[in-house]
Design a protein around this ligand. Structure first.
Ligand SMILES: Cc1cc2nc3c(=O)[nH]c(=O)nc-3n(C[C@H](O)[C@H](O)[C@H](O)COP(=O)(O)O)c2cc1C
Length: 470
């Protein structure tokens, strides 16, 4: 399994990485170019970022099939998709491999403490016009669980505030938010570290939601098939990835909180509040690569973010399947093109026209393992079994061809959402929508889809040469 540098080389050898040689401004200009490159599916390296001696790399996982490259160092024969990645991640969660401790590693080749600490020389992008400033987006935030002592890691966007001050944001769903709360209410010192440019296994594992007894680094070991090498931090009892490009160590200072805003993955601004962190050391490799994930509704961010919801999607789908024996399939869409909220398609073999409405009501009342279903779900659509629930397009087609009267819509106002539903105002909540997109029983003959008998069994390879199919 490659580390970040080896992965970069693999991408370059395949012609999948472009280098931008000319000097570029990290404020708006670089993110504007990053967004354009994300859309082409290329990974990128900016050689000369104004104000920084370090190059910036990114876009490694803006195509899902590159997850296979990150895991195995090779490209899967057939297209590697989220379903394949979900299987690999679930297998690693079931069989984690404990991390090991090494004396030192490349991440500590250069050590900066005291006056030598300078966050301002990192090539950190300032992404959008209303952002509060430059944000580190691809760092793993590392802290210990206050009760179990287990090393926890996740992505937490980090606002640069000065040479040795930053604000590390923890959302209400994150373990880090609970660690902050514990340390602040108990008046305990809290150490934290940021690791930038870690090996892909650790990157993927950090996106996962795990119980407090399991370290993301051990799931990373499971993904890698070998222990992740960690080394002692310079200024705390934390362990940090020995092979990272940069490590930033610090202590959280709860005496000051910072309101800050960044353009988020679903295409909206997200105001947050975070305590500041005072940096106690920065270590890095010789000639380090600064890895960044393009913020906002862009492919790499959304692909890695999807890893976080694999487990949640399976949980929601299995709970819904149990609601009725008429249900044949459930698909849970977490699709940033539809905003930050979940959309669910349920295919049923209905026995009466009343069944979908009843099912919609019960579905919106479901509890969940982390939070109630309606907290994160905007819309549930019931379709007939001839609709492909894996295809958003087919589900939409059912809505626009099979819904004929308002009785097929269920509107639920005032529902309390999670904070990423930015249209929801505290005290007013936001809207939920249920749609019965099944054919009315008396219209089944009229609305039947045109099908050519035997079409599903046709393989074009039986009719054409491989050259013609290319
Ligand atoms: C690129 C990226 C950026 C993210 N930014 C944040 C963030 O700023 N704050 C946050 O709490 N979660 C963020 N997340 C989600 C968390 O990393 C993810 O939910 C993780 O499981 C949280 O870990 P924890 O529950 O162990 O704290 C981000 C995820 C990705 C992929």
């Amino acid at each position: 399994m490659p580390d970040l540098r080896a992965l970069k080389q693999l991408l370059e050898d395949r012609g999948d990485l472009v280098r931008v040689e000319r000097e570029i401004d990290p404020r708006f200009e670089m993110p504007a170019v990053m967004a354009k490159l994300e859309a082409t599916g290329k990974a990128y390296q900016f050689e000369s970022v104004k104000g920084s001696p370090f190059p910036l790399v990114g876009g490694f996982f803006n195509r899902v099939e590159r997850f296979a490259l990150g895991l195995d160092g090779s490209v899967a024969d057939a297209g590697f998709g989220h379903a394949d990645m979900a299987r690999r991640v679930e297998a690693a969660k079931a069989a984690p491999i404990a991390h090991c401790t090494v004396d030192s590693g490349p991440a500590a080749e250069v050590v900066r403490q005291g006056e030598d600490i300078n966050l301002l020389e990192l090539p950190v992008p300032h992404f959008f016009e209303r952002d509060s400033g430059p944000f580190i987006t691809a760092a793993l935030g590392i802290a210990r669980h206050p009760r179990t002592g287990v090393l926890n890691a996740g992505f937490y966007r980090t606002l640069i505030l000065g040479k040795d001050i930053c604000a590390i944001n923890a959302s209400s769903l994150s373990d880090l938010r609970r660690f902050y709360h514990h340390a602040e209410t108990n008046g305990e010192e809290m150490s934290i570290a940021l690791a930038i440019g870690v090996e892909p296994a650790s990157l993927f594992a950090a996106a996962c939601k795990l119980p407090p007894t399991i370290s993301e680094f051990d799931v990373a070991g499971g993904l890698k098939g070998a222990p992740i090498e960690m080394m002692k931090a310079r200024t705390s009892d934390l362990l940090v990835p020995a092979g990272a490009e940069f490590i930033i160590e610090g202590k959280v200072d709860f005496s000051r909180r910072i309101e800050n805003t960044l353009g988020e993955y679903a295409g909206q601004y997200g105001p947050e509040s975070a305590p500041i962190t005072r940096v106690t050391a920065i270590t890095h490799r010789h000639q380090p690569l600064f890895y960044a994930i393009m913020a906002g509704r862009n492919p790499e961010h959304n692909n890695i973010g999807d890893i976080a919801v694999y487990g949640i999607k399976v949980d929601i789908a299995s709970r819904l399947m149990q609601l009725s024996s008429s249900i044949r399939r459930v698909n849970v869409f977490t699709e940033p093109r539809l905003g930050p909220m979940v959309h669910i398609a349920i295919a049923i073999d209905k026995q009466s026209d009343d069944e979908p409405a009843e099912l919609l009501r019960r579905a919106f009342e479901l509890p969940g393992s982390i939070f109630p279903l309606n907290r994160i779900t905007r819309r549930i659509i019931i379709v007939d079994t001839d609709i492909n629930t894996d295809s958003l397009e087919d589900v939409e087609w059912a809505i626009w061809t099979r819904v004929s009267h308002p009785g097929k819509l269920l509107l639920i106002p005032g529902v309390e959402s999670w904070e990423l539903d930015r249209v929801s105002i505290p005290g007013r909540g936001s809207l939920r929508l249920g749609i019965d997109a099944t054919m009315d029983m008396d219209l089944r003959d009229t609305l039947v889809r045109p099908i050519t008998p035997g079409a599903d069994d046709i393989d074009l390879a039986d009719y054409l040469s491989p050259e013609a199919l290319r």
